[in-house]
Ligand binder design. Sequence first.
Ligand code: PLP
Length: 400
Amino acid sequence: MIKPADRTLEVKYAIRDILKYANEAKEAGLKLLYLNIGDPMIFDYQTPRHMIEACYKAMLDNHTGYANSSGVQEARDAVDREVRRKGIKNYHDLFITSGVSECIELCLSALADPGDEILLPSPGYPLYTAVLAKLGAKHVPYYLDEENDWEPDIDDIRRKITPKTRALCLINPNNPTGSRYSKECLEEIVKLSLEHDLLIFADEIYDKLVLDGPESISIASLSDEAPIISMNGLSKTYLVPGFRIAWATVTGNKSILTDYIEAVNKFLRARLCAVTPLQYAVQPALEGPQDHLEDMKAKLRRRRDITYERLNAMPHVSCVRPTAAFYAFPRLHIDEPDMGFVCNMIRETGVVVVPGDGFGQKEGTRHLRIVFLPQEEVLEEAFSRMEEYITKHLGKAVAT
Ligand SMILES: Cc1ncc(COP(=O)(O)O)c(C=O)c1O
C-alpha cells in the first residue's frame, strides 16, 4: 500500500466532490441539471473569437517556447494599463500565472509557515482552505454577514486577529454569495491591514461581472501603504477558464515587501512560466472589443432574477439578492445538515448543487450554492424540481 501524505486529508473541493452523487443519479436514469460548476463554457457563452485568433497567430509565429517567468512582455504591458485603469498605481511587481489558482498557491506558499494564521472568508472559495491545509498553516474563518448583503463582518475579523495572523483573503465580488463589497467596508479592511501588518490577498476575478449597482472597487486603489496582492484573470470575464491565464500586482509600502516579493519570484522562476502562446490572449482581451461582456451580463441579469425569485418563493428557503458574478447562496431553514439534503436531492431529482458546508458557513446554518449560468429553461426546470422535492419532504409550511 502506498500511503498518501497526511496533508491530503484536509483537501476538499465540494464543487467537484459532489459529482460522485451526480453520477449515481445519472446511472439510475435521471436527466441531470448542473447548477454546480462556475464554468460558463458548459453553457451558452462563446469565447471572443479575436482572442482565439491572437493565440493561434502566436503559435504560428513560433511563440511556443518558455516565456519569462513573470510573463510575456506584451501581456504584462496590457495588464499594466488595465490595473492603472482600476486605480492601482505604484505596484512593485506584476506577474502572469496559470490561473488565479496558481497565483493563490504560489503567493500563500511564499508567505505562510506551519502554524501561521490566515483569515479566510466564510463562506469562501475552497481552494484557499485546501492550499493552507497543504502548507500546514491555520485557516481562520471570518464571517460574511448574511443580514448585511454578505459583506465581511469587520468586528468578527478584528476579534480573530492574533499575533500569528499574517494575511487576510478577500474575494470581491464574492464566490459563493454573489455579493460586491462597499467602499466603506474595503476601507475598514485597509485600516485593519495597516494596524496589524496584514498582507491582503484580493481575489477580484469577478470584478467585471457586476450586474447592478456601483462598479466593483479594487481595494488596492484605496491605499498606497497597505500591502496587497491584487489578483485577476481571463477565466470568467473573458470566457476562457481553460486557458489558465491570470495575473497579480503587489502594492503597498515597499520597505516591508521587498523580501516577500523576492520569495514569490523564486517560486515563479522555479515553475518556469505560464503557458506561452495563451498569454497572447491578454492584450486583445483587455483592449479589444468588449461586446461579449454586455451580452453576458444581460443574460446573467435575467438568470439571476429567475434564481432569486424562484428560490424566495420556495418554502424553507430564503436568498439574498446576488449583485455580481453568477452565484447565489440561499439559506435552507431546515434541521438536516445541507450535505445530506443535497445528496438526497441529487439522487431523487438530478439537480446538482453544492452544499454550503463546502464553502464554510456559520455554525448551525445551512445553505446551498447555486450557479445561475445555465439557460433560463434549465433554471426553471431545476427550480421546479427543487421546489417539488422540498414541498414533498419538508411540507409547504415554514416554521416561524
Ligand atoms: C474566487 C475564485 N478565485 C479563483 C478561481 C479560479 O480561477 P482561475 O480559473 O483563474 O484559476 C475561482 C474559480 O471558480 C474563483 O471562484
